[in-house]
Design a protein around this ligand. Structure first.
Ligand code: GTP
Ligand code: MG
Length: 149
């Protein structure tokens, strides 16, 4: 079923927001199927954001992502890609709605604490990239009948 790659960026880790961010996806009812604290390499960061390589802010973006450890995770569920983007909020935290992660916890686009895949295809691509072929953990979530009829 559908998966999305969510990553707590270095500012989110340094600001002690890891638990808060994971909690929002957990409480919503999505299933955590992969999780890792990691030091990012330039190669992986550039591959992850390759669609933005011609943007003027690309060097700053890569510097930001390399500035400290990140927490990468994969969440699974029906419609999870779009729903995760809603939970995360708009790219510019000043335009993100209150109640979203960026709307509640960040102020600047260049320090917007979290990433979420923008399509199911990218959810698969980014999971393969960041978890380099380790795949996801398959497990049965016993709360499922309490979430979906
Ligand atoms: P991600 O979930 O991180 O992919 O963010 P997004 O999908 O909301 O935005 P997008 O993919 O367009 O940009 C990726 C990231 O690049 C953003 O989350 C920001 O961290 C950064 N970024 C985008 N636009 C700017 C900008 O104008 N200036 C700076 N400094 N960073 C930017
Ligand atoms: Mg994006």
């Amino acid at each position: 079923s559908e998966i999305t790659y969510v990553m707590i960026k270095p500012d989110g880790v340094q600001r002690g927001l890891v638990g808060e961010i994971i909690s929002r996806f957990e409480k919503k009812g999505f299933k955590l199927v992969q999780l890792k604290m990691m030091k990012v390499t330039k190669e992986v960061a550039e591959e992850h954001y390759k669609d933005l390589k011609d943007k003027p802010f690309f060097p700053d973006l890569i510097g930001y992502i390399l500035s400290g450890p990140v927490v990468g995770m994969v969440w699974e569920g029906q419609g999870v890609v779009k729903a995760a983007r809603k939970i995360i909020g708009a790219t510019n935290p000043l335009e993100a709605e209150p109640g979203t992660i960026r709307g509640d916890l960040a102020v600047q686009t260049g320090r917007n604490v979290v990433h979420g895949s923008d399509s199911p295809e990218n959810g698969e691509r980014e999971t393969a990239l960041w978890f380099s072929g380790h795949g996801i953990v398959e497990w049965e979530a016993h709360m499922k009948p309490w979430l979906v009829e």
